[in-house]
Design a binder for this molecule. Structure first.
Ligand code: ADP
Length: 378
């Protein structure tokens, strides 16, 4: 018999906020640990812990307050998660799973070992490594920091030795180790959410993601590729989760090249931007199934409720208050679902919210979503 369980979330951003809404909906409670007060999720609860995971005392207090712990990003050192586990509290996904994912080089090696198709990759050992790397990957490749990369920060596209040296200096300034990856001439980028408990594993519809400046901009569900390729992408997603012995919710990003070959770009052990459309687009959202999976409860259906869904991120258009400036125009389309994350400040390019439209005519909903994204000022 489950009482009112309290789920602790490490991190208080929009992913924690949207998970919290679903936890409340199901009658559970949440606690949030975030560096600053009044974070998007912290402002929803009295159980707001301010500080960070390197503070043993605080982390212990937080763990004691919660029945189970999850996270909203993969940047928390796996050893800190291990510390929570040593206190007798479960972390979902576990510290062992996060350890395999949070270093992208280790992640790629793990996927490759499990026969999952990934772009060619190689370790970067020094600033004089261009020749050795280009011998394996070709003249053009992507240098990536092994840890802490997000929204393209931590990546550099390199076409010659000079650019390589510049990238090496820039990325080693901010991050520790680097690796390099073949430049994939993809025709589309795909993503699939996979959710797993001890008893079940389910996939969401495979989506197409369109990035602008390395940030996810538009998501189209389902991806407009053949049924056979959709199935293949789902199967690869499941293999990825099993490869890291993952339980909970995972987002797997992939490339599909001109010949239809699918390669895994990366996986995230948490709700994912490419799955925001599921809130209105699917019977059970990624956030609700995240909560269910963390508590090892039966999963809800991942089926689409209409034929298509389109999600567009609302990035800050100005520097100022983090609120919508023109609600009347922003809510002028009756089929639009508007989500605002409650961030105190907007900055140009910062993820401030998103919009979703579901429907049975893809061209119509895509056009409407694009028009509305232009109108909303935040
Ligand atoms: P982050 O973890 O910062 O989001 P990713 O490694 O997912 O970074 O890269 C962000 C974007 O950069 C991808 O969505 C894709 O558009 C592009 N990209 C990443 N790796 C490659 C690659 N090997 N070849 C071509 N483009 C890539």
């Amino acid at each position: 018999m489950i009482n009112k369980k309290k789920i602790g979330i490490l991190g208080g951003g929009q992913l924690a906020r949207m998970s919290a809404f679903q936890a409340y909906k199901l009658g559970f409670d949440i606690a949030i640990l975030e560096k600053e007060k009044k974070s998007p999720a912290g402002q929803l609860t009295h159980n707001e812990f301010v500080g960070w995971v390197n503070d043993d005392k605080l982390l212990k207090q937080f763990a004691e307050e919660c029945d189970i712990i999850t996270l909203e990003n993969e940047f928390i050192d796996a050893d800190r998660l291990k510390f929570i586990e040593s206190l007798g509290k479960k972390v979902i996904p576990s510290s062992n799973t996060i350890r395999l994912i949070q270093d992208k080089f280790t992640q790629k090696k793990t996927l490759l070992k499990n026969n999952i198709p990934v772009p060619n990759f190689i370790e970067v050992k020094s600033i004089n490594d261009y020749e050795r790397i280009s011998a394996k990957l070709g003249k053009r490749f992507i240098v990536k920091s092994r840890k802490m990369g997000y929204d393209g920060y931590g990546n550099a596209d390199v076409k010659n030795v000079i650019e390589f040296k510049e990238a090496y200096k820039k990325l080693t300034n901010r991050h520790s180790n680097l690796y390099a990856e073949e430049f994939v001439k993809f025709s589309k980028e795909l993503a699939v959410m996979v959710v797993r408990t001890k008893k079940e594993i389910k996939t969401y519809p495979v989506v197409e993601t369109i990035q602008k400046n390395h940030i996810c901009h538009t998501v189209i569900a389902p991806a407009q590729i053949s049924k056979r390729k959709l199935k293949e992408a789902e199967e690869i997603g499941i293999k990825c989760v099993k490869a890291v012995k993952g339980f909970g919710l995972f987002g797997i990003e992939m490339f599909i090249d001109a010949k239809g070959k699918i390669l895994v770009n990366e996986m995230a052990p948490r709700p994912h931007n490419s799955g925001h459309y599921t809130i209105e687009g699917c019977v059970t959202s990624q956030f609700e199934n995240h909560v269910r999976a963390v508590l090892n409860l039966p999963l809800g259906s991942t089926d689409l409720v209409k034929q298509y869904a389109v999600m567009i991120n609302l990035l800050g258009k100005r520097n100022g208050e983090g609120t919508v400036q023109n609600y009347k125009e922003s809510l002028g389309e009756p089929n639009l679902h508007l989500h605002i994350y409650g961030k105190a400040k907007s900055r140009i390019g910062r993820k401030m919210g998103h919009i979703t439209i579901v429907g049975d005519n893809l061209n119509v909903i895509l056009r409407k979503a694009k028009q509305m994204e232009k109108k909303i000022i935040i």
